[in-house]
Write a new protein. Structure first.
Length: 237
């Protein structure tokens, strides 16, 4: 894959980048309490100037930050599925969610199990791309495409779920404010990286097959007496 080695390296790097970005999403609250999919800055008018209470929602739970007198954070245990509406209603004033919104958001939190699944798929695609052979590149591009589809489904569910929460909080005019967290954007960028990697790695796979056929055709067309052409040594890139 010498002719397209540079582009193949780009695709491999994008798969590694997607893996790292998805790991950041996976370790969002409650694992790392200041990394979130959605961050809710609570009304701090009744607190001291050096305190900034907030709620951070992550892949496997949430954290309520800086609301205790001791200044310590409270985080849920890591689990698949939780109830973001109940948490918001406990910490945010004057919000009113319908039963349909509560059931929808609670159900969509279970879909976030797709985040670590996508991480594993992205890492497998990265390992396959390291092989750099035609078969390895083809499998890597297929695995990368599957990674993109899984991330896309998870991302759509994330946006639907947290948009319900964000919209209600921001429209309540109660001093609290909800904003998208860093983990949402790392998921989005990971989806873009995996999509571009799919195209690049598949291109290098097809290009390698075309160059291989051309080299074999040229070898057959050498007239007798001119000797056997020197066969290029296959390099790992």
């Amino acid at each position: 894959m010498r002719q397209t080695g540079f582009f193949h390296h780009i695709g491999t790097f994008l798969l590694l980048a997607a893996t790292v970005l998805l790991i950041i999403t996976d370790i969002s609250a409650p694992v790392v309490n200041n990394i979130s999919m959605l961050r809710v800055d609570l009304d701090d008018r009744g607190t001291s100037i050096d305190r900034h209470p907030s709620v951070t929602f992550g892949t496997f739970g949430y954290c309520v930050r800086d609301t205790m007198a001791s200044g310590q954070d409270f985080c849920s245990r890591s689990q698949v599925g939780y109830d973001p509406i109940a948490i918001v209603e406990e910490n945010v004033r004057n919000v009113d969610f319908s039963d349909y919104a509560a059931d929808t958001t609670r159900g969509l939190t279970h879909v976030m199990i797709l985040h670590p699944i996508a991480t594993g798929l992205a890492f497998i695609a990265f390992l396959l791309a390291l092989g750099a052979g035609v078969v390895g590149s083809l499998l890597a591009s297929l695995c990368s495409l599957l990674t993109f589809i899984v991330i896309l489904v998870a991302l759509i569910c994330d946006f639907v779920m947290f948009s319900i929460v964000r919209s209600e909080i921001n429209s309540a005019n109660n001093g609290s404010r909800a904003e998208w967290g860093a983990a949402t954007w790392t998921t989005l960028v990971a989806a873009i990286c995996s999509l571009i990697a799919t195209v690049v790695v598949f291109f290098t796979c097809c290009s390698a097959r075309i160059h291989g056929r051309r080299d074999r055709r040229m070898a057959k067309d050498v007239p007798e007496g001119y000797g056997t052409p020197v066969r290029r040594r296959r390099r790992w890139w």
